[in-house]
Write a protein that binds this ligand. Structure first.
Ligand code: SF4
Ligand code: SF4
Length: 229
C-alpha cells in the first residue's frame, strides 16, 4: 500500500519504491551504500521487484493499492514535503504501470523516474505505456496541474568529476539541518547509512560530514521536525 509522494533522491516514490520495505532493518542502509546513485538505486529496486515476482517456486502476483487521496508534493517524502489533495486511489497488479499512471496524474516528468524508464525496459509487466489498460475514471479528468516536484536535481549515475567528494559538495545539493528548528533528537544520526552524521558537541545541530554523505536524503525523511533543508 504505497502513498503517492515526491522524493528528494528518487524524484517520486510509489509502488516500486514501496517494496523497499520488505528489506529487513539495517539491510536497507547497506543497500543505499551499495547503490549510491539514483540509477543504481532504481536498478536495485527493480531487481528486488523482479526477485519478489519470480524468485519463488512459482511466479507471484502482487496487488498494489496506492493511497493518493492525499499525496505529498515538494520536498518529500518526509515531513519537509507538503500534503496535497489528489483524490485518487490507484490499484493494479503491475507496479511499474501503476507508477506510470500516478506520475502522469500529478504531472511529474517520466524521464526523471528511473524505476519507470528502466521498469518498462525490463518488462516484468507491460513493456510500454501504450499497453496499460485503465479502468475507472479517466486520467484527463483526474489530472492535477499544480503539483510541485522536489527541488533536487535528477542525475543518472554519479559520473566523474562528481565522484570526487570535494567537487560533489560544490555542485550537488546536500541536506542541511536548521538551527532554529532542530531539537537534537538524533533520528537523522541513527538512520544515516553512510555514518556521515555526528553528535553536535557544542553546536546546535548535528555535524554533517559531506565528504561521506551519499545524498540518499534518509535523514530528511526521518527528521520529525522537518528541520532539514
Ligand atoms: S547525511 Fe543524510 S543524505 Fe547524507 S548519507 Fe546520511 S542520511 Fe543520507
Ligand atoms: S532528526 Fe531533525 S530534529 Fe532530530 S537531530 Fe536530526 S535534524 Fe535535528
Amino acid at each position: 500500500m504505497p502513498k503517492l509522494k515526491t522524493h528528494g533522491f528518487t524524484h517520486y516514490t510509489g509502488a516500486v519504491k514501496n517494496l523497499f520495505g520488505v528489506m529487513p532493518g539495517l539491510s536497507k542502509a547497506r543497500m543505499h551504500m551499495r547503490a549510491p546513485s539514483q540509477m543504481e538505486f532504481a536498478e536495485f529496486l527493480l531487481d528486488l521487484y523482479g526477485g519478489l515476482l519470480n524468485g519463488f517456486e512459482k511466479p507471484k502476483k502482487f496487488i498494489h493499492v496506492m493511497d493518493a487521496v492525499v499525496g505529498m508534493e515538494g520536498e518529500g517524502p518526509g515531513p519537509s514535503g507538503k500534503p496535497k489533495n489528489i483524490g485518487a486511489v490507484i490499484v493494479g497488479d503491475d507496479a511499474v504501470a501503476l507508477d506510470y499512471v500516478a506520475v502522469n496524474l500529478v504531472g511529474l516528468k517520466i524521464k526523471k523516474v528511473f524505476t519507470l524508464t528502466e521498469g518498462f525496459r525490463r518488462g516484468y509487466g507491460v513493456k510500454s505505456p501504450d499497453d496499460i489498460q485503465m479502468r475507472g475514471e479517466s486520467l484527463e479528468d483526474m489530472r492535477i496541474n499544480d503539483f510541485l516536484p522536489p527541488k533536487s536535481v535528477v542525475r543518472g549515475g554519479i559520473i566523474w568529476p562528481l565522484t570526487s567528494p570535494t567537487i560533489k559538495n560544490l555542485f550537488v545539493e546536500k541536506p542541511v539541518p536548521r538551527v532554529e528548528i532542530c531539537t537534537l533528537c538524533y533520528n537523522c544520526l541513527k538512520v544515516c547509512p553512510a555514518e556521515a552524521i555526528a553528535k553536535a558537541d557544542d553546536a546546535k545541530v548535528p555535524r554533517y560530514n559531506y565528504q561521506k554523505c551519499i545524498r540518499c536524503f534518509c535523514c530528511m525523511e526521518t527528521c520529525p521536525e522537518a528541520a532539514i533543508n
